[in-house]
Each structure stands twice: as structure tokens, then as C-alpha cells.
Design a protein around this ligand. Structure first.
Ligand SMILES: Nc1nc2c(c(=O)[nH]1)N[C@H]1C(S)=C(S)[C@@H](COP(=O)(O)OP(=O)(O)OC[C@H]3O[C@@H](n4cnc5c(=O)[nH]c(N)nc54)[C@H](O)[C@@H]3O)O[C@H]1N2
Ligand SMILES: Nc1nc2c(c(=O)[nH]1)N[C@H]1C(S)=C(S)[C@@H](COP(=O)(O)OP(=O)(O)OC[C@H]3O[C@@H](n4cnc5c(=O)[nH]c(N)nc54)[C@H](O)[C@@H]3O)O[C@H]1N2
Ligand SMILES: [Mo]
Length: 708
């Protein structure tokens, strides 16, 4: 045994917690990982997904060499080839496609397999912009909620998650903190020790709801009505902080009038909650100061999810909770990080009339169901696994089977998407690459020191795109920047938040708190200063009135108009489309509402193939209320079919009063190939957009259930 060495890295996963990790290696092999005990948010603990990351790194299932398809698509039949061969084939196929159809026939598809600023969201954007490929609109996660938040509050970090210790009333709205953001929990517990009340709004008594003081079991997709009902009571019962509202908000009179449409009796009927409970929430938020709302991503996966977030985002200003540390709203503190996105996005490379294609339309685009000129002739997937995480699973599979589609996938593992590739390229894991990380759940910038050399012939995404640029003959030197040069360019080092933070310090310590007031003092909107056009919290949204809201970062830097259409500038309730109110015929055939939240042991579909996490997750399950189980003749452990007009999947039934009657819950992340070749939850989801930000509507989803 050689000497054991410790390296400070950072967890790569698309998760709010972005943990500082201590990696141990011995003889060039990673032998273990643990949470950095010095990091104020990580506090020495890693989660169920990542605490055996060495097994991911060292897995014998890793893809370590470029592969070329030898058998039928979808069967994962491949042979090992060299990098030069792989790159030559990609170049010749792409050049031929560009010659015949134009570069728009090439579609990139990516998201946040790793969240590093270098290797993550934007790593391929400059390349594909230069190539002239179709622009991929990535509205996977929070684009609806971010749009709504931005319209109301602006690009503000919001409440520091660590300031929650000062909160007196903590409302976790559609957020399963103990599973999806578990390092936040100690701060919530600390607040509770100091007397705070913790409330969870969720149709399901989640792990987190079970720990809360109050669980509010709302009907899915009715959060907007609840928020407007709360606002109604705030005005009715004189619970509004009139000084704060007068000084720092726009549109209070109009909002008060709008809220008249949402009396508690009506809201109770819509949400399935009692009038008293709705009033209790309004009084709690106003009277227990500072109160704070933390919103999860699940709200936006509904036809009216954007407007629900608009309404929720008005509440902290109405009750004046922004006045003090620990009061206000937390969505993503992402905006606090002065990342130099432009250097990666290179919007200047985008041609004047680009074609933009939203990622939820992958199935329709590949099958030709969506008329595209030119049609998509090549797809390149990296940092994503659409076969498991995107809607219309069967349609995506059908598209990927097309013989004339040239598919390239960069991956660590043979995912259900990679199985269909013509060329698979091996990707490094986090310990094999260098990166710098923002967070969307705390205020620390992190540094990931590379612990070991890449295994096999795996390369970081940065190197992948350097190689592709060379192969395609790009001349601009920016394509050939080393990782070190990219890191030097990655941040706006002169920004006020970066004062005192140097690269040397980051590398040495692994993290640094942004230069902001401490969590005991940070109250970003105590005196207004909202980052909206008016500088105020906009109950009446000027961006909505102008139709001026865009998706910038989510679209390879393309900031062309998203909407142009003015929308109602006041928050309003949009009911689920698949509901008894909106579509009684559909509801008669499909009486249950399926929700598909995140699994405790997986990170989206990542880890869905690893033995430890699979054991922990168990088989694909669906949980039903006992009354629904009785009504449909289902017993615990029965294998059941869940279906609607879009498709079907099977799951093992669990019966529990933890779920609302009329709602069923099946966690996302299971791989069809490891589920007996059976489809998983996305077999039955729709690619229809929600009201804002082209967010998905996965949870606006009626189904029927029967025993197999
Ligand atoms: N373990 C684990 N952690 C993760 C992830 C993971 O896959 N696994 N994914 C990461 C990512 S990418 C993200 S975006 C975050 C997401 O983190 P969260 O925002 O917490 O996401 P979800 O688990 O989708 O949903 C949270 C809760 O919302 C509830 N819910 C569903 N529909 C509704 C509704 O209409 N109204 C209300 N009020 N509640 C509803 C669900 O029952 C669920 O308990 O987690 C990150 N962390
Ligand atoms: N039904 C349902 N659908 C959902 C959600 C839901 O809650 N319910 N959540 C939505 C949300 S919030 C999100 S964020 C998306 C997530 O959707 P995806 O981003 O597609 O999710 P992952 O399954 O994490 O896929 C990431 C892939 O990247 C690979 N990867 C990791 N690191 C690297 C790397 O360095 N290089 C390369 N080339 N590859 C790498 C991983 O092995 C993994 O296969 O899914 C969305 N879809
Ligand atoms: Mo996400």
C-alpha cells in the first residue's frame, strides 16, 4: 500500500447542496470520499447518492474507451475503437450532413450531468453555436419558476439558506428537503430549536413532511390558488405590512383586487384544504416574523406552475418578511455567483436566424412528427439521459432507432440513451477532472481539485469539445483554451462578491463564501432593491405587461425574444389541464393524478445503475392511498399497470395513507433496461409546456391503474 493522500474536491451533482468532498487516494486509485467537516454547509456529511462515489469512479461498468455500434440500435452492441477513429467518423458524418442539409440538421442535447462551470451546462455551447447547429432550449429544471421569480423579484439570490436559523416560520413549499437538499435540514432544525414552526406543502407526506410540525396535503397543481387564497386573507385580516408594501412594491391595489377572486371557501374547494388551514398559513406567515418560504421545483411541473410561483413570490413582500435576516423567499441563490457565462456561451457565434428547438420536443423532432426543415439528422447527447428523464419515452426510443440518425453520446456509463448511439465517447468522473462550481443552495464557491488522472481514455467534457473543435477545423483560439485558462476566465474576479477570493485560496481550501454579509446579517431586500425593471417587488409585473421575458442561459446564450406576447401582469390561478374541472371526460377515464418526484437514492437517473443505490431504492414503485387501492382492487406488492392515452408502465404497488386520495406517486430515475426492459414513468408524461418558461407539465398527468 502506498501513502494515502487527501484531495479537496467538490460534488458534481445537479443538487442545491454542492458539497465539499475530501477524496482519499492510494496508489493512484480513489479509495474513499467524505464530506468536508470544515465546510459550513456540508458539515462533514455526504448523502446516500454520493457517499460511495469511489464505487462510481472504479465501477467495472464505466465506459473507458470510444465505442462504435456493431449491432442493432438500442441493443448496446459496440466495439472499442480509438479516439482518432471516433473523431474522424464524427467529422465525416457531420460534414456530410452539413453539406446536404445544413448544420441545423445537427441537434445538441445536454443538461447538468455535472454542474461544474467548465464541464457543465454550457460546455458545448460555443462549439455548437459556431457549428450553426440547432439551438437546444434546455428548460429541464426551474425555467418556469425562474421566469416567474425574475418577473417578481429579479435576479436576486434571495434568502441565504444559512439565515434560516433566524426564521420563526419556515414554509417548505413543494420541496422534499430531506431527500433533495438534505444539507439544508440542520439549519431548519436549528431554527426549530429556537422556536420556529416548520410547515410542508406537498400532496405526499414526504420524508420531510413527516418531520414537519404541519403537513398541508394540497391537491397537485393548485398551489397558485392556495397562494392567492393566502393573499386574500392577508388583505382581509389586515396582515399586510403596509409600510413595506408602500415603499418597496408595485401593484398592491391591483393585487388586492385580484385576490378578491380567491375567497378561502373557493380556494378550499380547489385545493382540497380546509378554510381554517388556509387562514392558519396566512396568519403564520404574517405573525411569526421573520417567516420564510422555500420553494421546490415541483410547483412548476404543472400547467399553471409559473403563475403559482408568481403568486407565492408576492407573499414575503406583502408580509414584510424581507426586512430581517431569515425572512423572505428562497428559490435559487445561483444569481449571487458572478460567473462569466459569456465566455462559455459565445452568443456572438450564433448566426442571425438560428433555429431553436425545445428539449421536451425531442421525441417529436426525431420521429419527424414535428415538421422540421431540415430534419434532425444527427443528435449529440452529453450530460443528460433523455431516455429516462424526458417525456414521451416511447417516441424518443422510436426516434433513436432511426437508421439515418447519427447519434453521438458522451457518457460515463451505458445509459438507456447511450445504448442507441452510433458512437459513444468516454467521459471522466469528477475526481478525474478540474472544475470550479457555483451552487444553487448555498453561498460558497467551490473548487474541485483533480484527484487522479483520467481512467482509460475518458476525457473531461472540456477536452471532448477541444477535440471536436480541432476535428471540425475551428480556428478561433478560444476553442483551445486549457482548463486552467478556462478557470481563470470563469469568474468575474473583480465583482464585489469575489473580493478576498483568489484562485490560490480556492484551490487550497476548496471553497470560499462569496463576499456577502454574514448569514446573521444578510437581508438583501430589507430596503427594497429588487432587481426588477422598477427596482421594486412587482406584484404587477412590467415584464409580463410588455411580453418581455427571455430564457437566456437556457438556450446556448441565444437571448432572442421568448414570448413577445403580453400576458396577464397579475398572478392568477391556472387549473391543471388534466383535472375534473378542466376535462371531466378525461378525468372519468383516468381518475388518478400521477406525480413523479425525485428518488432518494438516485440523482435524476444518475446512480440508477449502481448496485448500492439500486438496493436502497428498490424496484419502481407506485404509492396509492388505501381508499384508491380498495377502489381499484389493488393490494400491497401487487404488480400494477399505470396508463393513459400516451402510454403505460408497470410498478410495484405500495399502499399508504401518506398520499392524498386521488393522487399516486412514482419516483423518477429508473432505467427501463434495468426494469426488465419495461418502460418507466416517462412512458406516460406529456411534452406540453407549462404557462411560463416552457417548463414541463409532468405532474399535470391523469392516469388509471389496474393489477397486471
Ligand atoms: N435524492 C435526490 N436529490 C436531488 C435530486 C434527485 O434526483 N434525487 N435531484 C436534484 C434536482 S435536479 C432538483 S431540481 C431538486 C428538486 O428538488 P425538489 O424541489 O424537492 O423536487 P421534487 O422531489 O421533484 O419535489 C418535491 C416535492 O414536491 C411534491 N409535489 C409534487 N407535485 C406537487 C404539487 O403540485 N404541489 C406541491 N405543493 N407539491 C408537489 C412532491 O411530492 C415532492 O415531495 O433536487 C435535487 N436533489
Ligand atoms: N418525471 C420527471 N422527469 C424529470 C424530473 C422529475 O422530477 N420527474 N426532473 C427534471 C429535472 S429537475 C431535471 S434537472 C432533469 C435531469 O435530467 P438529466 O440531466 O438528463 O439527468 P441525469 O439522469 O442526471 O443525466 C445526466 C447524465 O450525465 C452523465 N454525466 C455525468 N457527468 C458527466 C460528465 O462529466 N460528462 C458527460 N458527458 N456525462 C456526464 C451521467 O452519467 C448521467 O447519465 O430531469 C427532469 N425530468
Ligand atoms: Mo433539476
Amino acid at each position: 500500500m502506498g501513502m494515502e493522500e487527501k484531495i479537496i474536491g467538490a460534488c458534481p451533482q445537479d443538487c442545491p447542496d454542492t458539497c465539499s468532498m475530501i477524496i482519499t487516494k492510494s496508489d493512484g486509485i480513489v479509495t474513499g470520499v467524505r464530506g468536508n467537516p470544515d465546510h459550513p454547509f456540508t458539515r462533514g456529511r455526504l448523502c446516500a447518492k454520493v457517499n460511495n462515489y469511489q464505487d462510481r469512479v472504479n465501477s467495472t461498468d464505466r465506459i473507458l474507451y470510444p465505442l462504435r455500434r456493431t449491432g442493432l440500435k438500442g441493443t448496446a452492441a459496440f466495439e472499442r475503437i480509438g479516439w482518432d477513429e471516433a473523431l474522424d467518423e464524427i467529422a465525416s458524418r457531420w460534414k456530410a450532413i452539413i453539406g446536404t442539409h445544413g448544420a441545423k440538421a445537427i441537434l445538441p442535447y445536454s443538461y447538468l450531468g455535472t454542474q461544474g462551470i467548465l464541464n457543465g451546462l454550457t460546455v458545448g455551447d460555443a462549439f455548437f453555436n459556431k457549428l450553426g447547429a440547432t439551438i437546444s432550449e434546455r428548460t429541464f429544471c426551474d425555467s418556469g419558476a425562474c421566469t416567474a421569480y425574475t418577473m417578481t423579484i429579479g435576479h436576486s439570490a434571495g434568502v441565504d439558506p444559512e439565515s434560516f436559523v433566524h426564521s420563526r416560520y419556515i414554509l417548505l413549499w413543494a420541496c422534499n428537503t430531506l431527500t433533495t437538499n438534505s444539507h439544508h435540514w440542520p439549519f431548519i432544525e436549528e431554527a426549530r430549536k429556537r422556536g420556529a414552526k416548520v410547515v410542508v406543502i406537498d400532496p405526499y407526506r414526504s420524508r420531510t413532511a413527516r418531520q414537519a410540525d404541519l403537513h398541508v396535503p394540497i391537491r397537485p397543481g393548485t398551489d397558485g390558488a392556495l397562494a392567492l387564497g393566502i393573499i386574500h386573507i392577508l388583505f382581509r385580516d389586515g396582515l399586510v405590512d403596509t409600510d413595506y408594501v408602500a415603499q418597496h412594491t408595485v401593484g398592491a391595489d391591483e393585487l388586492a383586487e385580484r385576490a378578491q377572486d380567491y375567497p378561502p371557501e373557493r380556494v378550499a374547494a380547489i385545493t382540497g384544504l380546509s378554510v381554517d388551514l388556509i387562514a392558519e398559513l396566512a396568519h403564520g406567515l404574517s405573525e411569526s416574523q421573520p417567516s420564510v418560504i422555500r420553494i421546490g421545483v415541483a410547483i412548476e411541473r404543472q400547467s399553471g406552475g409559473g403563475q403559482a410561483v408568481r403568486a407565492i413570490a408576492c407573499i414575503p413582500a406583502l408580509v414584510g418578511s424581507w426586512r430581517r435576516p431569515g425572512g423572505g423567499l428562497l428559490q435559487l441563490p445561483l444569481w449571487a455567483f458572478p460567473v462569466n457565462w459569456g465566455t462559455f456561451l459565445r452568443p456572438d457565434f450564433i448566426e442571425p436566424e438560428p433555429r431553436v428547438l425545445n428539449q421536451w420536443k425531442l421525441g417529436a423532432a426525431l420521429t419527424g412528427e414535428m415538421a422540421l426543415d431540415p430534419p434532425i439528422q444527427s443528435l449529440m447527447v452529453y450530460n443528460a439521459n433523455p431516455m429516462v428523464m424526458s417525456p414521451e419515452q416511447a417516441r424518443i426510443a422510436e426516434g433513436l432507432l432511426r437508421e439515418d440518425l447519427f447519434t453521438v453520446v458522451s457518457e460515463q456509463f451505458m445509459t438507456d440513451t447511450a445504448r442507441y448511439a452510433d458512437i459513444v465517447l468516454p467521459a471522466t468522473t469528477q475526481v478525474e477532472q478540474e472544475d470550479i462550481m457555483f451552487s444553487w443552495g448555498h453561498m460558497y464557491l467551490s473548487y474541485n481539485n483533480r484527484a487522479i488522472d483520467p481512467i482509460g481514455e475518458a476525457v473531461p467534457n472540456t477536452e471532448l469539445f477541444r477535440r471536436l473543435a480541432k476535428t471540425m477545423g475551428f480556428e478561433d483560439p478560444s476553442f483551445y483554451r486549457s482548463d486552467a485558462e478556462q478557470i481563470a476566465d470563469a469568474m468575474l474576479w473583480d465583482a464585489p462578491q469575489m473580493q478576498g477570493i483568489t484562485l490560490e485560496r480556492l484551490k487550497r481550501e476548496g471553497y470560499a463564501r462569496l463576499n456577502l454579509p454574514s448569514a446573521d446579517e444578510y437581508a438583501p431586500h430589507a430596503n427594497g432593491h429588487f432587481a426588477t425593471p422598477s427596482g421594486k417587488c412587482e406584484f404587477y409585473s412590467s415584464m409580463a405587461a410588455d411580453g418581455n421575458f427571455v430564457l437566456g442561459l437556457f438556450r446556448q446564450g441565444y437571448d432572442g425574444q421568448q414570448s413577445g406576447e403580453p400576458i396577464d401582469p397579475l398572478p392568477h390561478y391556472i387549473p391543471p389541464q388534466e383535472s375534473a374541472e378542466s376535462n371531466p371526460d378525461l378525468a372519468a377515464r383516468y381518475p388518478l393524478n400521477l406525480i413523479t418526484p425525485k428518488s432518494h437514492a438516485f440523482l435524476s437517473s444518475t446512480y440508477g445503475n449502481l448496485p448500492h443505490q439500486r438496493r436502497q431504492a428498490g424496484d419502481q414503485s407506485v404509492t396509492l392511498h388505501p381508499d384508491d387501492a380498495a377502489r381499484f382492487g389493488i393490494a400491497a406488492s401487487d404488480r400494477v399497470k399505470i396508463w393513459n392515452d400516451r402510454g403505460a408502465f408497470e410498478a410495484v404497488a405500495q399502499i399508504s395513507p401518506d398520499i392524498r386520495q386521488g393522487v399516486i406517486v412514482a419516483p423518477v430515475g429508473y432505467w427501463p433496461s434495468l426494469n426488465g426492459g419495461q418502460a418507466t414513468v416517462h412512458a406516460i408524461t406529456s411534452s406540453r409546456y407549462a404557462d411560463l418558461g416552457k417548463a414541463p407539465t409532468f405532474s399535470d398527468n391523469l392516469v388509471a391503474v389496474e393489477r397486471c
